[in-house]
Design a protein around this ligand. Structure first.
Ligand code: NAD
Ligand code: MLT
Length: 311
């Protein structure tokens, strides 16, 4: 009898592949390349992706046998969940697998932006000893504004507390009591923009959040503010951010995610007050192992017709 086919469209940890075991035929493809993905979907019973594969209605229409799409990570913005549900395809993710890694990367970018770590590193490797040019700012006694106080936003808050910051957050869906428990004051978006010395974004990408930080909002911030986005590209409008940085209305930015990925060329790369990473928030051995094993377990259960609990 033919084994069910699990199509792995992006890199999955060896531990995840091991969980799938011998009961399935595991096939690999490059999900970012539609000319490979679409034909490969024809025989797939399950599809495992990260963030580079667009699982849209067109992709689903090429997958007549598909029973489950598994996202080895948190954000589901690259999966059309409504179209999948209509097609009778279950969608699962690994919602806690990489939250520690994403929170730690956020702290890294906040500190890198505050202390010009990347700029000083590049200058020195280029033979320049520039101390005063790269004078930074302390976190102590600064206000950090968290946009989206969910799992990652809360971990960021807990990690920043020992730096002596004041924490505020905008998240209309969170119980203020939970925020108070972790020492965060809930504010409106306007208050967050006006008060923050650092703004860190931890929202899902949705119709409501795309462009949430745009030109109007970037005219309402302190000129000393540094903005960090380890959530999704497009939530902070890149053109508006570029203009604000260039005009001195924003002091610095740390950006891990871009509206269009992969992104190897952006006006933001020209600016000395911007530190960038190529969507590395979840790129740790620990997070990838957790994401891989969690989704592999969910795929196994789904293909065996068993109940798939929340990961
Ligand atoms: P979460 O669902 O736990 O938290 C998101 C929070 O945003 C929730 O508290 C929710 O109430 C709030 N929110 C939703 N819509 C909002 C709106 N319009 N205005 C204000 N608040 C709103 O998610 P999480 O685990 O904290 O992850 C957040 C996002 O981070 C993910 O959706 C994913 O896109 C991104 N992420 C990126 C990386 C990376 O590698 N850079 C890694 C993991 C997650
Ligand atoms: C996520 O949403 O989990 C992250 O963006 C990480 C990833 O794509 O691997």
């Amino acid at each position: 009898m033919n084994k069910p086919v699990v199509l792995v469209a992006e890199e999955l940890s060896p531990a995840g592949i091991a969980v799938l075991g011998a009961d399935f035929e595991v096939r690999q493809t490059d999900g970012a390349d539609r000319s490979q993905l679409l034909p490969a979907l024809a025989e797939a019973d399950a599809l495992i992706v990260r963030s580079a594969t667009q699982v849209d209605a067109e992709a689903l229409s090429h997958a007549p046998r598909l029973r489950v799409v598994a996202r080895a990570g948190v954000g589901l913005d690259n999966v059309d969940v409504e179209a999948a549900t209509k097609a009778g395809v279950m969608v699962v993710n690994a919602p806690t697998s990489n939250i520690t890694s994403a929170a730690e990367h956020t702290v890294a970018l906040i500190l890198a932006s505050a202390r010009n770590v990347a700029q000083g590193h590049s200058a020195l490797k280029g033979g320049e000893w520039k101390r005063s040019k790269y004078t930074g700012v302390e976190l102590d006694e600064k206000v950090v504004g968290i946009l989206g106080l969910g799992r990652i936003g809360q971990l960021v808050a807990q990690r920043l507390q020992p730096f002596g910051v004041e924490l505020i957050a905008y998240d209309p869906f969170l119980q203020p009591a939970r925020a108070a428990q972790i020492g965060v004051r809930m504010v409106s978006l306007e208050e967050l923009l006006a008060e923050s010395d650092f703004i860190t974004v931890h929202l899902p990408k949705s119709k409501e959040t795309v462009g949430l930080i745009g030109d109007r909002e970037l005219h309402a911030v302190k000129p000393s503010v540094r903005i960090v986005n380890v959530a999704r590209g497009g939530i902070v409008d890149e053109a508006a951010l570029y203009a604000a940085l260039k005009e001195g209305r924003v002091a610095g930015a740390g950006i891990d995610v871009f509206a269009k990925e992969p992104c190897t060329d952006s006006p933001l790369f020209e600016l000395d007050n911007v530190v960038v990473t190529p969507h590395l928030g979840a790129s740790t051995h620990e997070a990838q192992e957790k994401a891989g094993t969690q989704v592999a377990r969910s795929v196994k259960l789904a293909l065996s017709g068993e109940f798939v609990p929340d990961a």
